[in-house]
Each structure stands twice: as structure tokens, then as C-alpha cells.
Design a protein around this ligand. Sequence first.
Ligand code: HEM
Length: 137
Amino acid sequence: MDHYTTQLVKESFDLVEPIAPRAAELFYANLFALDPSLQSLFKSDMVAQGEKLMKMIGVAVSLLDKPQVLIPALQGLGRRHADYGVRDEHYDMVGTALLTTLQQGTGVAFTPDVREAWIEVYGVISRTMKEAARVPA
Ligand code: HEM
């Protein structure tokens, strides 16, 4: 992943962070519109869940240039997600919901380059999580 990609992702996430609660709300609305059955996977309070999601995306974005720290954290997250009942195909829906949310949250700043950068970053995050879910710890 090149420096330009990580820079674009960091800059656009900076725009979303101040509106993180709203972005989290939009994200779940987008996700459950794509597949209402996913709601049943979430057992806890959605406000708290939204905060955790935004915080973890923030952590991942800030660690993009420190893969030796990021990769093990994502592997643990991926294994826990398998226990929550999350399957491979759910990652595509979460990716789509995330891109829609970022577009809604950043408006004109969500240029085609920014979109491509997020697709690359989400691809790395989701592949790492999915692969870790497949192998025993
Ligand atoms: C970029 C990818 C993702 C990130 C960063 C992320 C982040 C998180 C975090 C930080 C938690 C809190 C619990 C923990 O740390 O283990 C969590 C829980 C959870 N996530 Fe994710 N997640 C991602 C993808 C997904 C996907 C694809 C699904 C499938 C719909 C999903 C569904 C859930 C569920 C069901 C929980 C547990 C909620 C509960 O306790 O009720 N996540 N996620």
C-alpha cells in the first residue's frame, strides 16, 4: 500500500471523526438496508457498538504504516467475529455500507481517488480478518 493511499484514507477519516456517532448510525442504517437479517447478529447496545466500530476503524487507519502492530490486532478481531456468527460474505456488505457512509459523511471530498484508496484499505482489513477466522489460533 503506497503512501498516497494511506494519506487519502487518513485525511478523509479525519473528516468523519467529528461526526462519528452520526456516521455510525448511518453505517448501520446502510448495512441493515442491504441485509435486514444481519440485525440479529448484534446482541448489544447499537450506540456502544457504533462507538467501538468507529474507534476500531480509527485505530486501523492510524496503524496503516505499522503493519507489525495492525495485523495481529486484526487477526484477533477476525477470530472474535467468527464467534459472533460473522461469515465471509458479510464482509462485502459491510464494505459497501462503509463506502456509502463515507460518501454521505464527506460529500464532495469523497473523490474517485479517495474511494479507490478506501477500497484498497478495507480489502486489506477484511482479508486479514477473514483469513484469521479460518485458521485456529
Ligand atoms: C472493518 C471491519 C470490521 C471492524 C473494524 C469491526 C469492528 C468491531 C469491533 C471493534 C467490535 C467490538 C467487539 C470486539 O472487539 O471483538 C465488533 C463487534 C461486532 N461486529 Fe464488527 N467489525 C468489522 C466487520 C464486521 C462485519 C463484516 C460484521 C458482519 C455483519 C460485523 C459484525 C459484528 C458483530 C455481530 C459484533 C458483536 C456485536 C455484539 O456484541 O452484539 N463486524 N466489530
